[in-house]
Each structure stands twice: as structure tokens, then as C-alpha cells.
Design a protein around this ligand. Structure first.
Ligand SMILES: O=C(O)[C@H](O)COP(=O)(O)O
Ligand SMILES: [Mn+2]
Ligand SMILES: [Mn+2]
Length: 642
């Protein structure tokens, strides 16, 4: 549910890379990461060099792995409409000269410009002198759209998120995204005609079909109504036995809503049972504790998921899922959040798990978004998977993803709906025109500024021209350490900017988003203040080398920390305390342009209220002294002559 939408449960009622299947150790930081925080003189990021290619990001190291099975060729994926034979030559901009120094693009993740400017807007309340001053610079501050159809989502009731936001920022184009493609596949029935569906249907008569994914209507990773569409489709086509393995949300939707989502799913499963399909919930757990890790931040989450969903093992067992969720949430006045529920397994009256995964079963991961499905996909699909001991590996599985989550790794090999194909991303233009890039974030957002930015390609576009740096994230709830790794990211980016080796420096600060998702207002205010201090430092560094910069965000989050009614009035709980809003918002995001190396006449154009994140890439090319590619959404800047 999008922040600022009011209400609680109606839908519309209402984020690489990565991974290294063979080791659970976090990626070794490069020299820059290891020395981040050290004095500037000693910290030097590894530079791309022809003789010594930069280490590939984690996912690229996986490319040689053999999937358990291969797919029949799937239909052409949805694409940005650009053609395959493509001229990447960039033309010099007629009036904006190339800069002397680098161009920095700084993403403050989850930092929206919200209409509600009250005590629940952490962006507004935080002491942010740098950003405040940037807002005052005439014609160099504006807002841009970051949600809904502006980023390829089904409707303008859909809040933005990191995946679609970074796709738009990095590709300069708006492409129908996973949520929309699955809607279309269900509406047209194409879902049930593809090779992925054919594969799972082989198990309908004799085996169990398992559905594993995030149970909510958040529309960021999955949607419950799409799960229902698949369940009904399977039952109607002869599936005899269905088991659902549910991950509770409370992050893209209000905390506590998991109980209602379980009730609704139970009602649906009951009606399937009436029609003769043995359909039940079999296991589950909170999305931030079970299964849905990303970028290898914490593989133990995936092991907990494997144990519960596949082996039927969890510390707690229950005879029904609602009791499981209510019990695991604990006391109403101090509940465990839906995001962090322990894993659970549903058992029958004899204590036996009702839905372990057996040889020959079908398994569907029903999330459309990639980042938090890559690791569990590897556990299912890679025969030589060794990150943790799977104990028992079901044989002959018919395993599919809602989409193919990583097109480079072909992971999973089989899928229900072809993923969006995002062509001719800005990084391809850069590397093909000899423009070097440094991209940096901490683990939680590392894939955002690499994988998502590059149109869901894992690995480097050209390792000789690019350096990607991941600073390992803490493994705690981020309100406990709201500074996260912002200082380390700043130190490493500072070195990259000063090194003279990069023309583009791309940075993502995770704080406003990751702390905002905890619902902790005070910590989120602190997160915004930390980012402001880091932005100040980086802008000074860019100025010191006569560079140029863009500061923006990918969607809202920290800008509204309370649930509201339809009129925008904050909602209070029975205890009189504000009801925290943990999700993203529908707010537009700010964008600031500047730098000592930017000619005075370069300002944001007037008008074009519809401009969104996809307009940023063209703007960046202009700052680099080039005309934007014609297939891109138009630039945000113009040159005013005195
Ligand atoms: O995966 C998450 O953490 C949330 O569902 C969405 O956040 P993101 O889009 O900012 O990653
Ligand atoms: Mn984000
Ligand atoms: Mn987020």
C-alpha cells in the first residue's frame, strides 16, 4: 500500500548482481571498501585498468553455473521498444561543454518530496541544511514523478520502488514492469499457455504444486490477487494438491495486515477445497527473516526458508496459519512485526508437516521482483549449491519463477511470464563511448546501482570501464544503526571523485529507505540528517575538481512515517500512538542540479509536470557534454543565455 493512500487493506489500496552461490562469506571489499573511512590520502579505489580488469560483481561469477534444467525458448520479452542493432555513438552537446571534473549522480533512497509537511515527515523534520539550501537555488530544484505509470507500474495508485526506480533512472526509458506484465498475462490467459506453465502442469495430476512468495497487496515484489489468479488457474486445470508457503509483509503494507491476508488466502483455499482441490498453507515466516534475503546480505534467511518450505522444519509448528501468525506476533501492545516473524510449519493432527516439497513436485516462486528471489532460486536450481546444507534435495522438480529473475544467469531457467527487457541502458552508452564509471553503495542497495541500474543485468557491462564497490551492510534492524554505511560510502566515493579515473560517479545512500521501512520516526530523521551531511561533503569534493552533480531519489519513504485517512489526517492506534507507516510513498522526489563546473545558464526547464525518473538519464548525458540518445525520455535541463 502506498504511503499517503489512507485506508488499510484494499489493494490499490494501496526494490545486481549478485550472488555467489558457492560461499556464504560476504564479498571481500575492494581496497576502497577496506579503507573506507581512512584519511583521503590513503584510500584509493581500485581503478579499472586494461591490464587488470576489475573484479566482477558477485553475480557475474555465477554465470558459469549449470542450472538443473533448461527452458524451451520463451516468447520475446516485453521490451523498451528500441531495436537490437543500435548506434551507441554520442554526439557532443551543441552548447554544454564537457566538464573538467566528474559528474556525480547521488541517489538518496526513499527520500520523497511529500505534500504532508508535518511532524511525521522525517525529510521535513530532519535538520538538513545542505538540502534546504539546494531547494532555494532558483531553477536548479524541481520534483519528478517516481511512482505509477511514470515508472511502468500498472496504475498511479502504485507506489514506486527501488527496482522500477533504478531501472528508469539507469535506462532513461519507461518499460512495462513485472507487476503489469503479470496482470496482462493473467488477463489474456497467456500465463497458462507458456512453457513455464506447461512444466508445472506436468505435476498437477500426481504431485503437489507449491507456491512460495510474499503474501500482500504491496505490489512491489508480488500481489496476492496474482497469487489467487495462479491458484485458481492451477485448480481449474486439474491441480489436485496445492501448498502455499507464505512470507508475511508489514513492509510494503501496514504492519499487522498479515493476519487479514492470511484470512483472505484461507478463504480462497477453502473454496478451492470445495471444488475438490486439496489446497492448504504449509509454511511461512516474516519476509525479513525467512527466504527473502537480497544481495547475499544474510544467507541464513534463505536457509530458514528452505528448512520450513522444503524440509518442513521450523522451531514452531501450528495446525493453521492464522494461529501461527497471531501467536508469533505476540502481545498486541508490543508485537513482533510481520516483517520479522519466525519461520513456522503447519502440521496435521499427528504432528507431520502438511506440505514438504517432494520429488517430482512443482514449485512456483510467485514474486515478480528479482532481488529477493535470486538466492532461493539458486538453492532450488543449482545442483552444486553449497552455501548451506540443504539436507534433502528433491529430485525432478518442476521449478519456475513468476519471471526469470536474472537474464544473464538465466535464473531460473523456467518461468511463467517473460520479464521486461530493458535495452540500451545509459551504462552501455557510457562504456561504448569511453566514459568510465564508479558505482557504490552498501550491500542492501548495491544491486540497485548496478543490476537494476543496468536494466537487470548482473555483472559489469565492461569491466575495463567500470568499477563497482559494495560496502558490506550491517546485519541488524537498521533503526538500531541509522547511519548505516553512509560515511563509508562517502569516503569511498570521495576517493573515486578525487582519483581522476572516473567521469561518472554513481552513489546510493540506503538510509532514508531502509530506516524508513522500520517505521521508527526518530531513527529515520537521523538517517536523513546523516545523508545531508554526506551530501554536503560530496558536493564540496565535486566542486573541488570542477565537476557537476545531480542529487535525487528513487521513490518516497522517509517523507511520511504515519498512516493517514483519506483526508491526510494521521491515524492513531487504540493506544493513542500514531500508526507507523513502513512502506514507500506515492510522493514525487526532489532533483537538484549544480556544481562549480556547471555553466551558469544550465537550469531546469519550466513545465513538463509529467517528467519522472526516466528523464534523469538524458539530463546526465547533457551534464557530461553530450546530447541524450534519441530513444530516451527528454532532458530536464536547458541552457539559458543571458
Ligand atoms: O524489498 C524491500 O526492502 C521493499 O519491499 C522495497 O524497498 P526497495 O524497493 O526500496 O528495495
Ligand atoms: Mn529505493
Ligand atoms: Mn524500500
Amino acid at each position: 500500500m502506498g504511503k499517503g493512500m489512507g485506508g488499510v487493506l484494499s489493494r490499490r489500496k494501496r526494490e545486481e548482481v549478485p550472488s555467489a552461490g558457492a560461499t556464504s562469506a560476504p564479498a571481500e571489499p575492494t581496497a576502497a571498501a577496506a579503507s573506507a573511512g581512512a584519511p583521503a590520502e590513503t584510500a584509493t579505489p581500485a581503478a579499472p585498468a586494461a591490464s587488470e580488469p576489475a573484479a566482477a560483481p558477485k553475480a557475474a561469477t555465477e554465470a558459469g553455473k549449470t542450472p538443473a534444467s533448461t527452458a524451451e525458448p520463451e516468447p520475446e520479452p516485453a521490451s523498451s521498444g528500441a531495436t537490437m542493432s543500435h548506434d551507441y555513438t554520442l554526439k557532443p552537446h551543441p552548447t554544454i561543454p564537457a566538464p573538467e571534473g566528474p559528474v556525480m549522480i547521488c541517489i538518496l533512497d526513499g527520500f520523497g518530496e511529500n505534500e504532508y509537511k508535518d511532524e511525521f515527515n522525517a525529510v521535513h523534520v530532519a535538520n538538513t541544511p545542505t538540502i534546504d539550501a539546494l531547494r532555494q537555488v532558483p531553477n536548479r530544484f524541481r520534483t519528478i514523478k517516481a511512482h505509477g505509470t511514470a515508472v511502468g507500474l500498472p496504475s498511479d495508485a502504485d507506489m514506486g520502488n527501488s527496482e522500477v526506480g533504478h531501472n528508469a533512472l539507469g535506462s532513461g526509458q519507461v518499460v512495462d514492469q513485472g507487476a503489469r506484465l503479470v496482470d496482462i498475462a493473467l488477463e489474456t490467459g497467456k500465463m497458462f499457455e507458456g512453457n513455464g506453465w506447461k512444466l508445472i502442469s506436468e505435476a498437477f495430476a500426481t504431485n503437489t504444486v507449491h507456491f512460495i512468495g510474499l503474501l500482500s497487496d504491496g505490489g512491489v515484489h508480488s500481489r496476492a490477487d496474482q497469487l489467487v489468479g495462479c491458484l485458481r488457474g492451477a485448480a481449474a486445470r486439474g491441480a489436485k494438491r496445492i501448498r502455499c508457503h507464505i512470507l508475511t509483509d508489514g513492509r510494503d503494507v501496514p504492519d499487522g495486515s498479515s493476519v487479514k491476508f492470511v484470512e483472505d488466502l484461507e478463504a480462497e483455499l477453502a473454496s478451492l477445497r470445495e471444488k475438490g482441490c486439496d489446497a492448504r498453507i504449509a509454511s511461512g515466516g516474516g519476509r525479513m527473516k525467512v527466504t527473502m534475503d537480497r544481495y547475499e546480505a544474510d544467507w541464513s534467511m534463505v536457509k530458514r526458508g528452505w528448512d520450513a518450505h522444503v524440509l518442513g522444519k521450523a522451531p514452531r509448528t501450528f495446525t493453521d496459519a492464522k494461529t501461527a501468525v497471531v501467536t508469533l506476533r505476540g502481545p498486541e501492545d508490543a508485537p513482533v512485526s510481520d516483517q520479522y516473524l519466525d519461520p513456522f510449519v503447519i502440521v496435521d493432527e499427528t504432528g507431520a508437516p502438511v506440505g514438504t516439497v517432494q520429488d517430482g513436485d512443482a514449485v512456483v516462486l510467485f514474486n515478480f521482483r528479482a532481488d529477493r528471489m535470486v538466492e532461493i532460486s539458486k538453492a532450488f536450481e543449482y545442483p552444486d549449491f553449497a552455501v548451506f546444507d540443504r539436507e534433502r534435495v528433491p529430485q525432478g522438480l518442476r521449478f519456475v519463477g513468476m519471471m526469470q529473475y536474472d537474464g544473464d544467469l538465466k535464473l531460473p531457467a523456467n518461468f511463467l511470464v517473460p520479464p521486461p527487457e530493458i535495452l540500451h541502458v545509459s551504462g552501455e552508452y557510457l562504456v561504448k563511448n569511453g566514459i568510465s564509471t564508479f558505482a557504490c553503495s552498501e550491500t542492501q542497495k548495491f544491486g540497485h546501482v548496478t543490476f537494476f541500474w543496468n536494466g537487470n543485468r548482473s555483472g559489469y557491462l565492461d569491466a575495463k570501464m567500470e568499477q563497482y564497490l559494495e560496502i558490506p551492510s550491517d546485519k541488524i534492524e537498521f533503526n538500531q544503526a541509522p547511519d548505516m554505511k553512509a560515511r563509508e560510502i562517502t569516503a569511498a566515493s570521495r576517493e573515486a571523485l578525487l582519483s581522476g579515473k572516473y567521469k561518472v560517479v554513481r552513489v546510493n545512500f540506503a538510509n532514508p529507505d531502509m530506516v524508513g521501512h522500520t517505521g521508527d520516526l526518530a531513527a529515520t530523521i537521523r538517517a536523513c540528517e546523516t545523508c545531508d551531511a554526506c551530501v554536503k561533503e560530496l558536493l564540496q569534493v565535486v566542486d573541488s575538481v570542477n565537476g557537476r552533480w545531480l542529487v535525487t531519489s528513487d521513490h518516497g519513504n522517509a517523507d511520511d512515517m504515519v498512516q493517514r485517512d483519506k483526508k491526510g489526517k494521521p491515524l492513531m492506534g487504540e493506544d493513542g500512538k500514531p500508526l507507523a507507516l513502513t512502506s514507500h510513498t506515492l510522493a514525487p522526489v526532489p532533483i537538484f542540479v549544480g556544481g562549480k563546473g556547471l555553466p551558469e545558464g544550465v537550469v531546469f526547464k519550466q513545465g513538463d509536470a509529467e517528467a519522472g525518473l526516466a528523464n534523469v538519464a538524458a539530463t546526465t548525458f547533457n551534464l557530461l557534454g553530450y546530447e541524450a540518445p534519441e530513444i530516451y525520455k527528454p532532458t530536464l535541463v536547458e541552457v539559458k543565455t543571458a
